[in-house]
Each structure stands twice: as structure tokens, then as C-alpha cells.
Write a protein that binds this ligand. Structure first.
Ligand SMILES: [Zn+2]
Length: 149
């Protein structure tokens, strides 16, 4: 394969990913919108007319309604779009290698390649094991040196 066509397919891939990210974002915003509408309905009885909210107020409202999970997902999507804009999209945060395109297709806003993700999960697991072990040892000891609340 000549270099030129690889560059073109990469460009096509990135534009597909951008579309996927924007779709995800739209979907998230639509879900949030639906929640806000439901909230408005619920507030109607209290005589609140929130229909012509200024955008600043609306943003505040969104922040109140948004769960942490939604917020962090929206953040991840925005981050991915920003990385796309500065050209660092698709590069693993941890090892700096390119993330496989099929992985990016499945998870358009991932920041880690599969290996680093697995390493991180393994690390999290062994960290938990380490904590468990320490708790276990503590149970049998009379050491007054307390670390946990
Ligand atoms: Zn990596």
C-alpha cells in the first residue's frame, strides 16, 4: 500500500470517529434534555415557568440534573474531540503508541490502548488484593497504628 492511500484512509477513519463522537454527544444531550423536560413538568405545579431559560441558567440547570456519570461521559467525548483537533487523537495516554482502530471504533473516546487498559485493570485488582491483605493482617494484630477511618 502506498503511503498516500493509508493517509487518506486514516483521514476517513478520523472523520468517521468524529461523526461517531458527535452522535454520542447528541444522544447524551438528548437524554439530558429529556430529563430536563421531565423536571420541568414536575415543577409546573409549583408555578415555575422555566421554558424561556437563558442559556446560562440552562447550563446551570443541566449541571444540577446531570449525574456524575453523564458529566464524565460528556467530558470524555469533549476530550476526544479536543484531541482530534490538536492531532493527538488515537494515541495511548500511557505508552504513546497508536490505539488500534477497531478498539477506537468500539470505544471512540478511549484514551488507552488495549494493553495499557489491561495493565491498569490488573494493577487496580492487585491494589485491591494488597488492601484486602493488609486489612486481614490488621484484624489479627494489636497494632494501634490506624490508617483507615
Ligand atoms: Zn498503551
Amino acid at each position: 500500500m502506498p503511503k498516500k492511500s493509508a493517509a487518506i484512509s486514516r483521514k476517513k477513519f478520523l472523520s468517521d470517529q468524529r461523526t461517531a463522537l458527535l452522535e454520542l454527544k447528541n444522544k447524551l444531550l438528548a437524554e439530558i434534555d429529556a430529563e430536563i423536560k421531565a423536571e420541568r413538568e414536575a415543577n409546573k405545579d409549583e408555578g415555575m415557568d422555566t421554558y424561556d431559560l437563558a442559556s446560562e441558567e440552562r447550563d446551570r440547570e443541566i449541571n444540577v440534573i446531570l449525574s456524575d456519570r453523564d458529566r464524565s461521559k460528556g467530558q470524555q467525548i469533549d476530550d476526544a474531540l479536543a484531541r482530534m483537533a490538536d492531532g493527538s487523537y488515537g494515541v495511548c495516554d500511557s505508552c504513546g503508541l497508536e490505539i488500534a482502530e477497531e478498539r477506537l471504533r468500539a470505544m471512540p473516546f478511549t484514551r488507552l490502548c488495549r494493553d495499557c487498559q489491561q495493565d491498569q485493570e490488573r494493577e487496580a485488582k492487585s491494589q485491591r488484593r494488597f488492601d484486602d491483605g493488609r486489612t486481614y493482617r490488621k484484624l489479627g494484630s494489636t497494632d494501634a497504628d490506624e490508617e483507615s477511618p
